[in-house]
Design a protein around this ligand. Structure first.
Ligand code: C5P
Length: 310
């Protein structure tokens, strides 16, 4: 059996700069990997077969996107074009589903690597990224195995960035009810936005600052500039009106700006250390209306998550 962690990501600035003819949107965003991760393992049958199988633990209800694991295996099988043993995947979910944390995309990138490992295939970088892009917009980031990156295009143009120095962290606040990315983009289009976005400057500015060497304290200090740099905030708020009051309550309790990750509904606060994020979590103990919320302090840009299939 081989196994690997599939980490979540956060978006620090998410500018939607245009709509493409194929219906997808042009983005400028800084993605950062965090410590919170799913765990995916695979075993190959001994004889060729096509009935790949997935068992999921740790998530309930209807789980959109989890078929991406099987889709990744099927895509690689078709790409190779010869009979290969059937695969049995086991996925332990920790990343909230539909949370704006890229869990399904990360699982898909991990599945590509695990399937290649189980079948003894050596994939070139370009080949892996190309397959990843066909699985979903966020999958190339995870397939690139970067701790952080400036993302452009639909998600396929990736400029890796070093993680911030030190050991910064985030406090993630996610509701059990996920939010569909497709719906969030649809709501953005319906609002008639002209894509003149302030998030672009924040994304490029943060990427430049990280390149120049950003320490954990300075990283946390970016929260004010990043707070309103996610263009999916307005559509997310339209779809989940409770996000407004929740963000207000979190900012009041945490005494710091709170950002939206991806299309939400995950909200997050930046901290210079995991200990500081844990203090933040403790401050939320008295928050009214925290039923149904998952509150998770986790390290940012954690390079230790970057593991080849073992
Ligand atoms: O690529 P992925 O399947 O993850 O995208 C989910 C949905 O998000 C797409 O169906 C599309 O509606 C929207 N999307 C977009 N532009 C992007 C990424 C995603 O419109 N760059």
């Amino acid at each position: 059996m081989i196994e690997r962690l599939a980490p979540a990501k956060i978006n620090l600035a998410l500018a939607v700069v245009g709509r493409r003819p194929d219906g997808f949107h042009e983005l400028v965003s800084v993605f950062m990997r965090v410590g919170l991760a799913d765990r995916l393992s695979v075993e190959a049958d001994t004889v060729p077969g096509e009935g790949d199988h997935l068992v999921v633990t740790g998530a309930s209800g209807r789980i959109d996107g989890l078929d991406l694991v099987l889709h990744a295996a099927g895509l690689l099988r078709a790409h190779v074009g010869r009979p290969l043993p059937a695969l049995r995947f086991s996925l332990q979910k920790r990343i909230p589903v539909g949370g704006g944390l890229g869990g399904g995309s990360s699982d898909a990138a991990a599945a590509l690597d695990l399937a290649a490992g189980a079948w003894g295939l050596a994939l070139g970088d370009e080949e892996r990224l190309d397959l990843a892009a066909r699985l979903g917009s966020d999958v190339p980031f995870f397939a690139a195995r970067a701790a952080a990156a400036l993302i452009e295009g639909r998600g396929e143009r990736i400029r890796p960035l070093p993680p911030p120095h030190g050991a910064p962290a985030v406090l993630l606040v996610t509701s059990e009810q996920g939010l569909s990315t497709t719906e969030a983009f649809r709501a953005l289009d319906a609002s008639g936005v002209d894509f003149a976005t302030s998030g672009t400057a924040a994304a490029y500015g943060l990427a430049a600052a990280i390149d120049a060497g950003l320490d954990a304290q300075a990283f946390a200090g970016w929260a004010g500039r990043l707070r309103d740099a996610n263009d999916l905030w307005a559509p997310a708020l339209r779809l989940r009106p409770e996000l407004g009051a929740r963000r207000d309550a979190l900012e009041h309790a945490l005494e710091r700006p709170v950002l939206l990750s991806g299309s939400g509904p995950t909200l997050l606060a930046l901290y210079p250390s995991l200990e500081a994020a844990e203090v933040g979590r403790d401050r939320l103990a008295g928050l009214r209306d925290q039923r149904g919320l998952r509150i998770t302090p986790t390290p940012v840009g954690d390079a230790r998550e970057d593991r080849e299939a073992r």
